[in-house]
Ligand binder design. Structure first.
Ligand code: T46
Length: 130
């Protein structure tokens, strides 16, 4: 997993970041969704994907994302619109510690398909053969 740093166009009138598929992120973008209005006590995620790849960017505010490959866990703080968290397939994810007004933009390589989700942790481990 990695944090991708995007090029930023800064000027006296503000900043602009462009994200080009295959150039700035390592896949073609088939879907975009955003998460907002999250209660600061809420926890989201608690699933893995069989095939899906995503990049998550905190456009505003912050949250933490815990990624678990079945063996090790890593926690990331997303609080910078210049950085995107690349989540490859088969990573268990949990999102928490949302700040007020946190807005997450998510870029995805596939359309929505509930069959791609693994929402049970033991099934996740079995899927990995652990
Ligand atoms: C992920 C994390 C980071 C749709 O109808 N279309 C969509 O494209 C998505 C993403 C969700 N939904 C529906 C499915 C649920 O009824 O929206 C509802 C909330 O989705 P979910 O509970 O999966 O939300 P999160 O925040 O736990 O997870 C989402 C993504 O689903 C997931 O792929 O990795 O954000």
């Amino acid at each position: 997993m990695s944090l991708i740093e995007f090029n930023i166009n800064k000027s006296d009138s503000g900043s602009l970041i462009a994200i080009n598929e295959k150039l700035d992120i390592p896949f073609n973008i088939k879907r975009v969704y955003y998460i907002f209005d999250v209660d600061t006590e809420s926890r989201r995620g608690f699933h893995a994907h069989k095939k899906l790849k995503q990049v998550i960017i905190a456009l505003g505010g912050s949250c933490k994302v815990m990624l678990d490959n079945g063996y090790t866990k890593e926690e990331y703080l997303l609080n910078n619109p210049q950085k995107g968290l690349l989540i490859e397939k088969t990573m268990w994810r949990e999102m928490y510690d949302f700040s007020k007004n946190c807005v997450l933009l998510v870029l995805v390589n596939e359309l929505y398909d509930e069959a791609d989700y693994i929402r049970d942790y033991e099934q996740f481990k079995s899927f990995l053969g652990i």
